[in-house]
Design a binder for this molecule. Structure first.
Ligand code: ZN
Length: 460
């Protein structure tokens, strides 16, 4: 019900009448308004409300056609939170919201003189906070109510810090499903939302990594809620000691024919292409779209992060990892522009100096065929497997000291390049292995060896 539309429509049709008739009409109109009384003053109609549950908070979002004044109260015995929306009417059944995993017990709505009161009855006390957000695509005005849990669940998923025991450690991979909650990301022609498909791919990747020796996956988000960009890096590195960070996206472009997967790393000299710059800009706007609080905003300095990444070598490793993933994606998905080059731009989510970080753009959700692919379970599985294979290859070729991969490599034996004058028996003696094990490790029959040939030395 939008009462202000009425008078405008009447006003326009009045133009055909003489002045005296207009006054008569206006008088009638005012009388009708007076009859409607309080209702006529309810200028703002809220007709959409969303709820997102994260591991440590519950976010309720009121979509507003215009800003509203509101009042927030926290009451005890019994615990409840009360939000008064002034001069607003609620035209949405909030009792139908899915709050079963949250501290909310029940939601009640009451209408009072000139205001709508929404009461959240709680199972336990929470720390409430509100945030009135200005319009940002795809949202209009929003009033966000966050109910922070009294005892927030830890985001720690890794039990022991790496290298605490003498055993070869797992490589920890943080899997970051882009967007989430209030930030839907891009969407396809059929309405597929990026935040949904990337979470599905992330979950498949996690399942595959759990079955992979030497690798331990960690999920940055595992539901439909938003995690601020700086917090994503913190969960990965500080909380879970991740070695590698893989952000999964499926972006869109105005040109519906744009297609193909690509992989990105942080840039050290501007973006490598206009498209890379554009994608980074879109990705970095996530915090704004989701509506993060001032103190949650990313304030890390790009230049100093880049310097640190170069120093620690994680930039070179990020590019190498990206290349391995691209190699694996080639054939499973089309590559964007047919190029096997890791592109670079200033993606905020990749700015962690100590972590090897890449962003995988799994395809264009704006492309009808790729939207179809991204929705399909078998294609999602193939994408996830490509990312796993590329990551595994990176760990095998660059095994971190003390890791399971490093132990595997030494377990598989050293390499020896045959010099002039070498004999099989001599090499066997030198490495204290039997001639027979040297033969079988290298598929050699007899005693014939060639200068320049590389032998694998089996463990004795
Ligand atoms: Zn994205």
């Amino acid at each position: 019900m939008r009462i202000w539309n009425g008078p405008m429509a009447v006003e326009m049709s009045l133009k055909r009448y003489p002045a005296s008739r207009q006054w008569l009409w206006l008088g009638l109109l005012m009388a009708v308004c007076a009859l409607l009384g309080g209702a006529a003053r309810a200028a703002v109609v809220v007709d959409s409300v969303r709820l997102h549950r994260s591991p440590d908070s519950t976010r309720i979002v009121f979509d507003l056609p215009a800003p509203v004044e509101h009042k927030l109260d926290k009451l005890a015995n019994p615990d409840r939170v009360v939000v008064d929306l002034l001069d607003a009417e609620l035209n949405f059944d909030v009792t139908g919201l899915d709050y079963k995993d949250s501290p909310i017990e029940n939601i009640r709505v009451g209408k009072h003189q000139g205001l709508t009161r929404v009461v959240f009855d709680l199972k336990e006390a929470v720390r409430p906070r509100t945030n009135l957000l200005k319009p940002v695509d795809p949202h209009g005005w929003r009033l966000v109510l966050d109910l922070f849990d009294k005892d927030p669940k830890s985001t720690k998923q890794v039990s022991q810090p790496p290298a605490a025991s003498g055993k070869p450690r797992d490589m920890i991979v943080a899997i970051d499903a882009g967007h989430g909650g209030e930030d839907p990301g891009a969407h396809g022609p059929r309405g597929t939302r990026e935040k949904d498909v990337v979470l599905q791919i992330a979950k498949r990747l996690k399942a595959l990594m759990e079955k992979t020796p030497g690798v331990q996956p960690v999920m940055v988000r595992d539901g439909d809620y938003y995690v601020p960009l700086a917090e994503r890096r913190r969960i990965a590195r500080q909380e879970n000691h991740a070695d590698v960070f893989i952000s999964i996206h499926a972006d869109a472009f105005t040109d519906a024919s744009a297609h193909g997967a690509s992989v990105f790393a942080l840039s050290n000299r501007g973006a490598t292409s206009a498209r890379a710059r554009y994608l980074a800009k879109i990705a970095n706007e996530s915090d704004k779209v989701a509506g993060v609080y001032e103190e949650e905003k990313d304030d890390s300095n790009l230049l100093s992060v880049l310097a640190d990444m170069r120093m620690s070598g994680s930039m070179a490793h990020s590019l190498y990892l990206g290349r391995q993933i691209l190699d694996e994606l080639d054939g499973v998905a089309r590559l964007h522009g047919g190029r096997k080059t890791v592109e670079q731009a200033a993606f905020a989510v990749l700015k962690e100096p100590e972590m090897v970080s890449v962003l995988v753009e799994t395809g264009f959700i704006s492309n009808r065929q790729e939207e179809q692919n991204l929705r399909s379970a078998s294609h999602q599985e193939k994408i996830a497997r490509s990312i796993l294979n590329g990551t595994q290859r990176y760990f095998q070729t660059h095994p971190a000291p003390g890791s399971w991969f490093a132990a595997q490599r030494s377990g598989n034996g050293d390499q020896y390049r045959i010099q002039p004058g070498d004999t099989l028996s001599g090499i066997a003696r030198q490495y204290q292995v039997s001639e027979q094990s040297l033969r079988s490790a290298n598929n050699i029959n007899g005693d014939q060896i060639m200068v320049g040939q590389t032998l694998t030395i089996p463990r004795s």
